[in-house]
Write a protein that binds this ligand. Structure first.
Ligand code: AMP
Ligand code: MG
Length: 337
């Protein structure tokens, strides 16, 4: 294919996903290919993830170029997830981006992964200025644009919500990812077992909830006393009510008229129902980011890199080091000023 528009290749590499997205400067998507690390047991081990990404990145890039029917010579911009994430994993994406940029003399732009989740949501849902609830395996953040930044109005103080659900699922022998399996179990119950509900100011804490749920399934005669579907239901109801409370308070405070739900946990129908309800109560439009763009992906990195590049040009190579701890509220957003 001969492109008459500028084309960007985006690289996602913050955690389990090595993703390549190819998109033009007008927001048309040509490919979105992801390779996802699935742990055999336990959580994500950064060095195992790194090995998988190292073994697969070239195949993912080739597949994305093939699907977009282009070659590296058609690419006008390379972008990569520069922050936040697992250090050894971020470095793979940064290395691949720097190599492609320098060998082919293509400008390079580093992107904050959390900002990218919001920006791809704005593009795909045709939404302008939302309050965003971003819920995934590694993040739980309520944010909105104010004073030139994506301010964080609430966040988890310990476990991210997806990690809570996956950890509980693993404990009861359900394979990763646990989210859809717990949702399915929860759907079969309406019996609520009280569990710790911990909201501190605008922030959330899920570790007490996990401990209490674990105590139930580890208790003596557990199977005689409890049904797993009731625990799954109670876990979801408690965690999602906490998320909903914080999102609603942020909505009342910011007075935004749009609400965006994104991240892998956005797939959950019960969570969607709760956030839709409070959005309607506040006369706000509610959108869920389409799932292939709600989970981690290279397209969101490509699109956010394009927005940044149009305002500020490319990064100098000396400014392409990774920033594992960078928060989304630390950086200014020139394309929205
Ligand atoms: P991400 O980190 O954004 O790629 O999303 C992955 C997370 O989303 C994992 O923790 C999954 O368990 C979770 N997830 C996926 N589908 C669902 C669902 N239907 N309900 C709850 N969590 C889900
Ligand atoms: Mg993510």
């Amino acid at each position: 294919m001969k492109f008459n528009k500028n084309i960007c290749l985006g690289i996602e590499s913050t955690a389990h996903t090595f993703g390549i997205g190819i998109i033009d400067f007008n927001g048309n998507v040509y490919s979105n290919i992801n390779n996802i690390f699935i742990p055999e047991s336990g959580g994500l081990h950064p060095y195992q993830v790194r090995e998988q990404h190292l073994n697969n990145f070239m195949r993912v890039i080739n597949q994305a170029l093939l699907e977009a029917r282009c070659s590296i010579n058609d690419i006008d911009l390379i972008t990569f997830s520069q922050s936040p994430g697992l250090g050894p994993v971020l470095k793979i994406g940064a290395l691949v981006a720097r190599m492609m940029s320098q060998i082919n003399k293509i400008p390079i732009v580093g992107v904050n992964h959390c900002v990218a989740h919001v920006e791809i949501g704005r593009l795909m849902c045709k939404i302008n200025d939302p309050l965003t609830l971003y819920v995934s395996g590694g993040n739980t953040i309520v944010s909105a644009f104010e004073s030139n930044r994506y301010q964080i109005f609430g966040e988890t103080l310990d476990l991210p919500i997806g990690n809570l659900i996956d950890s509980f699922a693993r404990l009861v022998g359900l394979a990763h990812p646990g989210g859809p399996k717990i949702e399915n179990l929860a759907h079969q119950s309406e019996k609520y077992i009280p569990l710790p509900y911990i909201v501190k100011g605008m922030d959330l804490s899920f570790s007490g909830l996990f401990t209490a749920a674990r105590r139930l399934v580890k208790s003596k005669d557990y199977k005689k006393k409890y049904d797993l579907k009731d625990i799954a239901f109670s876990l979801q109801e408690t965690a999602f009510a906490m998320l909903t409370e914080v999102t609603e308070r942020a909505l009342a405070h910011t007075d935004k008229s749009e609400v965006l739900l994104t991240g892998g946990v956005a797939a959950n129908k019960r969570l969607q129902e709760m956030i839709r309800y409070i959005s309607q109560e506040h006369d706000a439009r509610f959108e869920v980011v389409p799932l292939k763009f709600a989970g981690d992906n290279g397209v969101m990195i490509a699109w956010t890199g394009i927005l940044k590049y149009k305002e500020e040009g490319g990064n100098d190579v000396s400014d392409t080091y990774v920033k594992p701890k960078e928060r989304m509220d630390e950086i200014s957003i020139p394309w929205r000023s």
